[in-house]
Design a protein around this ligand. Sequence first.
Ligand SMILES: N[C@@H](CCC(=O)N[C@@H](CS)C(=O)NCC(=O)O)C(=O)O
Length: 232
Amino acid sequence: MKNTARLHYFLGRGRAETTRWMLAFNQIDFVNIPIKTPKELSLLRASGKLPFDQMPLLEIDGNFLSQSSAMVRYLARLGNLYGSDDNEALLCDMFAGAIADFAETSMQAAFQPSQEIAINMLKDRFDKFGPKFESKIKENGLTFCVGKKITFVDILLTEALNAYIEWIPNLLEKDSLLFTLYTKMIAQPGINKYLSSEQRYPKPDQNYVIDVARVLERSLPSHMENVNRFVK
Ligand SMILES: N[C@@H](CCC(=O)N[C@@H](CS)C(=O)NCC(=O)O)C(=O)O
């Protein structure tokens, strides 16, 4: 039997969330190892498991994986989710890059001074990328982003859309291909189970923003009080 994978990160989604969705889709058991204090982070760094001193860290199959995009691709290869040939793999990488650009805005949303600003930012970003994703799925035969079966980019896109939808519930048109893809992917057994599990962190809020700044001993966003309270 395989060991349970261990994912070290803050007490929240952030840059570990795509890895969680990939583990979930592949039905690989994992535990979140929350890093809650600067001391815990410095111990992790001192362990030598973080090649670039950064989280997330995924411990799996005896390996210590750094960089979320590398984790996602490792899990994509493990689950045969990287397209059926080199050309599809290339298309997957192109899609994954665009999805990362799209998803970055949802990761920044909780750090904004108001809900209104966050939502406007997300709407602008969706207006830029949404129609492109829609037309690429159409060109590819109406169902998947790349090829004729699920690839890791379908999972990444669903994760990103899920984060947007938490801010803007009516984001997707019900008759759109994106909505159909989203609905299908969210119902995949591993993902469905993960989303209602204890491993799933809530939508990031001010507490998450404070947590990150505290652990990294960094300043808070400029709209918050006492912005340098954790800076050493
Ligand atoms: N490209 C990296 C970014 C990693 C990253 O920026 N991690 C942050 C936390 S979200 C970190 O560890 N910052 C501390 C540092 O850079 O020393 C990834 O996606 O894994």
